[in-house]
Design a protein. Structure first.
Length: 417
């Protein structure tokens, strides 16, 4: 497949690829996305900067919810197998780092069924007590703590502890696994990776996570336990079982995506609740009855994953707009979650939303987030403790992650009583 010649297209006058654009706050960036949504909704843009020596002609930016959902739900027209990174990156590296995210049905279906055996509602319920205990312990340390850095003291702890518990990562290996996961999501931020390290360092972190998963799989094959890893090594679909290398690839995905997304949702939601005390009061009037819809708003508001990409497999159309085989399309979830045709007052944090079809877990279709229920379980348990036990929470100015992929907060100074 080859994309249409660059000369046949005119780049949009709206900049959504430069470092300057991605250095701006989320709300400021959305002013540009709002103009794109109000126009054609699908525009041709220069490629994002890449750490790899790859040249691409550009990509179509999808900014409306309906268009992103359409692409997500038609893998026969828009493939993931050529990679899901909007920034130009070798497909083989993407396949190693993102496992079955870079697959299409029917191959993707087999792997999703294999992995799903470890994420059934019953298995999530089995670990809920452990999630609850970890949430209690995290907030125990926050009560009366005074001045703290909220991301490291709270947001980052529960998702990583959950993953470590589920996989059975030895305590001695946990700091290195957590560090590697954070580095992968921060590769575009110069604080985490220098220009000299930008290619080699992510590869090293990917290798560390993969090797950890391989060793855990080998151990559980020889010494079965009652954990996710044992379920994974024993899972079988249509005669297929996961190899140790495939389990290593899944650990990369789980330790990075499954960790950072919940961490960022926690931070953004807590900032919004502090800024909107009437929303917190409303939630606490009936926490158990209202936390479900509230979590949906947490995720819409945070939009932890900003975008993913697909490639058109054939000449087709998106909402009447022609797209050629081989074209890359960027699915901007951050824009879909502020779509004025779908959400009333999308720039307002509102826990009372009766309808909240956000795309925080993807646009539907085969790649809908496999860990969505686990993330909701973590958020429900953690916010029950945070909101019922902390009497005073004050935040300073957040230190934002520079990234076109993750809506991240690196540090958030807090005063807690």
């Amino acid at each position: 497949m080859t994309a249409a010649p660059v000369k046949a297209r005119e780049y949009s006058s709206f900049d959504i690829t430069s470092d300057d654009f991605w250095s701006r706050p989320f709300a400021v960036r959305d002013e540009t996305f709002a103009q794109l949504r109000a126009g054609q909704g699908l525009t041709w843009h220069q490629p994002l900067e890449s750490m790899f020596p790859i040249e691409e002609p550009g990509f179509w930016a999808l900014t409306r919810r309906a268009d992103i959902a359409f692409v997500s739900q038609h893998p026969e027209l828009f493939t993931s197998a050529q990679g899901v990174a909007l920034s130009p990156m070798p497909a083989e590296i993407q396949r190693f780092a993102s496992f079955f995210l870079s697959m299409d049905p029917p191959q993707h279906t087999v792997y999703r069924r294999l992995i799903s055996s470890a994420f059934t509602p019953r298995n999530v319920r089995q670990i809920e007590q452990q999630i609850h205990d970890n949430a209690v312990a995290i907030v125990d340390d926050l009560v009366g703590a005074g001045d703290v850095e909220f991301v490291s003291a709270c947001s980052a702890k529960l998702p990583m502890r959950t993953i470590m518990d589920m996989l059975g990562v030895p305590a001695a290996d946990q700091p290195d696994v957590a560090y590697a996961a954070d580095k992968l999501f921060g590769i575009s931020d110069e604080e985490y990776v220098s220009d000299d390290e930008r290619v080699g360092d992510p590869v090293a972190q990917i290798a560390l996570l993969s090797n950890t998963g391989i060793e855990l799989a080998k151990f559980r094959r020889a010494h079965p336990g009652d954990d996710l890893m044992t379920s994974m090594v024993n899972a079988e679909v249509d005669g297929h079982k996961l190899t140790d290398e495939e389990i290593g690839a899944f650990l990369i995905l789980l330790a990075s995506a499954g960790n950072d997304t919940t961490k960022q949702a926690t931070t953004h939601a807590m900032m919004a609740l502090v800024e909107n005390p009437e929303q917190r009061e409303w939630l606490m009037e009936d926490f158990d009855g209202r936390i479900g819809p509230a979590i949906e708003e947490f995720i819409r508001w945070a939009s932890p994953v900003i975008q993913f990409a697909r490639f058109a497999t054939v000449d087709t159309e998106i909402n009447g707009h022609p797209v050629s085989a081989g074209d890359k399309v960027g699915l901007f979830y951050c824009s879909a979650n502020r779509d004025e045709t779908v959400f009333d007052n999308p720039g307002i944090f509102d826990l009372r939303r009766e309808s909240n079809p956000h795309l925080g877990f993807g646009g539907g279709g085969p790649h809908f987030c496999l860990g969505s229920q686990l993330a909701k379980t973590e958020l429900r348990n953690l916010f029950r403790e945070l909101l019922s036990r902390l009497k005073i929470v004050e935040f300073g100015e957040p230190d934002l992650l520079f990234s076109s992929f993750a809506h991240g907060v690196k540090r958030l100074p807090a005063h807690i009583q």
